[in-house]
Design a binder for this molecule. Structure first.
Ligand SMILES: O=P(O)(O)OC[C@H]1O[C@H](O)[C@H](O)[C@@H](O)[C@@H]1O
Length: 549
């Protein structure tokens, strides 16, 4: 595979950027109310469907012309060529000289994609088949622990992309999961995490999945060693640990060093970034929970959005349009954050999952060529499931001084159709998006007979943009489609800004420093702390003294 190069230059130099600035000066002050008043066909024109996701983009501070200019910007920034390059396996992750091929994880069996002489689709399906065979054995009580008992608890040990995807997806689909098997997720190096996750488990019935792309991550390896100690202290020093530990990794050497038989290792590839890996073997815990057929439905949902992203013109391309609207608010309205508000309890960890996906990808200050980006990049992503958020932070969304573009996610069919809960849930989400966009004027408040001194307090400024995503039912397919939507949104934004959304050098220095501080905190001899800043040195000394060292 040829080394891949791009000459993008700064985004502000794009003619479309200048056109967008002028356009913003012209229409940025118009309200969503005014836009709706002027354009009666907005909801129809500004809604689109992709892979079972219905998206209403009409409640945005944007006109047809805004979208046209944003699409021109994406074209000028070379987005179509980058999409092709990614799907074909070019090494678009230039700072790590890697291909970016999470999309190959969901190419259907029988198709082929040859990268560096290897058919990656065949490799992907070989791993999926091994995962399926393993999951069938565990779920069929054929895989037995060292004392002959079937597995009744699965503990995934991983962090970052090796945790957030698995735990999010498990919680999202636990209505389809094996309820007689306990699924737990341990990530934090804080010992409380593993202690609480294991304290009521029977080691004889427990399977640990050590999930780590590199198999060197401090938190994961520390938790894995502690888990092994817990197992041996429960089952005795001669217990067959191999019956209780499997690994998911790209690093067979380190897996072996840890003592896990590579026969019980499920591999993936360096071209799958950690935060793009939930549908690789990193999803083993999910496949154990929901079974292989449902897991393949999840992959089909991913693939459907991949096809949409790859083959749809930019002006009808959902991840592209959502990504571009994010750039519009971030850079032309100064919006610093973006909220994701799923009206679906099972998606409780979806915002946390998206935080890594979006912020580790586009939280960058230099372009792919190493020059300052010159404009604001990745927003702060956050959110909570509705309706809970309505009773805490929505006050700020409605009447605060900060613009927070929001995504509302809802499903027409309830998973748990109890009483009238679901209709109430949906009435809430539609009401919130309506009030955010259209607000309530002083005249309308007065017309309700509100006393003069309270009118301003009750005015709802509105004009707060949102996207509404409506799907039919929260299925594995739907979940896959939603994740792929946001994966590709991230690429679209990264290409416009000119950053590399696939590296994460910013997380490294803190790890190195922690490695240097650890011996200073624990050494018997008072260490030389002069190479740390005085504040850190004083805190380290205080910690030592409080720990009696
Ligand atoms: O899967 P691992 O190699 O253990 O990595 C786990 C995580 O740690 C790193 O610090 C990265 O910031 C993440 O992108 C990654 O997902």
């Amino acid at each position: 595979m040829q080394e891949w190069r791009t000459e993008q230059g700064p985004v502000m130099a794009s003619p479309a950027w200048a056109a967008l600035s002028a356009h913003h000066a012209e229409i940025g002050g118009r309200t969503i109310r005014e836009l709706f008043g002027a354009e009666p066909g907005r909801p129809t024109r500004m809604s689109l469907d992709a892979a079972g996701i219905h998206a209403d983009l009409s409640k945005h501070r944007a006109t047809d012309e805004t979208l046209r200019l944003l699409v021109s910007l994406a074209e000028e920034r070379g987005l179509p060529a980058r999409i092709d390059a990614m799907f074909s396996g070019a090494r678009i992750n230039t700072t790590e000289n890697r291909s970016v091929l999470h999309t190959a994880l969901r190419i259907p069996r029988g198709e082929s994609l040859v990268v560096d002489g290897v058919d990656v689709v065949a490799e992907v399906h070989a791993v999926l088949d091994r995962m399926e065979a393993f999951c069938d054995r565990v779920r069929g009580d054929e895989w037995l622990g060292s004392t002959g008992k079937p597995i009744r608890a699965v503990v995934n040990i991983g962090i970052g992309g090796s945790d957030l995807g698995p735990v999010m997806a498990y919680r999202a689909l636990r209505h389809q999961s094996r309820r007689d098997i306990d699924f737990r997720f341990v990530s934090n190096v804080d010992g409380t995490d593993i202690v609480e996750a294991t304290q009521d488990l029977d080691p004889a019935e427990t399977l640990f999945i050590v999930s780590s792309k590199t198999f060197t991550t401090q938190e994961t390896m520390t938790n894995a060693f502690t888990a092994r100690g817990w197992l041996l202290s429960g089952l005795g020093p001669d217990a067959d640990v191999s019956k209780h530990f499997v690994a998911v990794s790209t690093n067979a050497g380190e897996v072996e060093k840890f003592g896990i038989d590579t026969a019980n290792m499920f591999g993936f590839w360096e071209w799958v970034g950690g935060r793009y890996s939930m549908d690789s073997a990193i999803g083993l815990s999910l496949m154990l929970a929901i079974g292989a057929d449902a897991y393949r439905d999840l992959l089909a949902g991913f693939h459907a959005v991949d096809e949409h992203f790859r083959h749809t013109d930019l002006d009808r391309n959902l991840p592209v349009l959502m990504g571009l609207l994010g750039v519009w608010y971030r850079d032309f309205f100064g919006a610093q954050t973006h909220a994701v508000l799923p009206y679906e309890q099972y998606l409780e960890r979806f915002p946390a999952y998206l935080q890594q996906l979006t912020m580790e990808s586009n939280g960058k200050r230099v372009t792919i060529d190493g020059d300052p980006v010159g404009v604001d990049t990745g927003a702060i992503w956050w959110g909570e499931p509705g309706t809970n958020g309505q009773h805490s932070f929505y006050q700020l969304l409605h009447q605060g001084t900060t613009l927070v573009p929001s995504d509302f996610i809802l499903f027409a069919q309830p998973v748990n159709g109890v009483g009238d809960h679901h209709d109430k849930l949906i009435s809430n989400v539609l009401a919130q998006a309506h009030v955010l966009a259209f607000g309530r004027t002083a005249d309308e408040v007065r017309a309700d007979g509100v006393a003069d001194d309270l009118v301003e307090h009750k005015v709802m400024p509105g004009n707060r943009p949102s996207t509404t995503l409506m799907l039919d039912r929260l299925s594995p397919y739907a979940l896959g489609s939603l994740v792929a939507l946001y994966e590709h949104l991230v690429l679209a934004q990264g290409v416009v800004w000119g950053v590399n959304p696939f590296d994460q050098w910013g997380v490294e220095l803190g790890k190195v420093m922690a490695g240097q501080l650890l011996p200073a905190l624990t050494a018997d001899e008072l260490p030389d702390l002069s190479h740390f800043d005085p504040s850190t040195a004083a805190l380290a000394l205080r910690y030592r003294s409080l720990r009696g060292r």
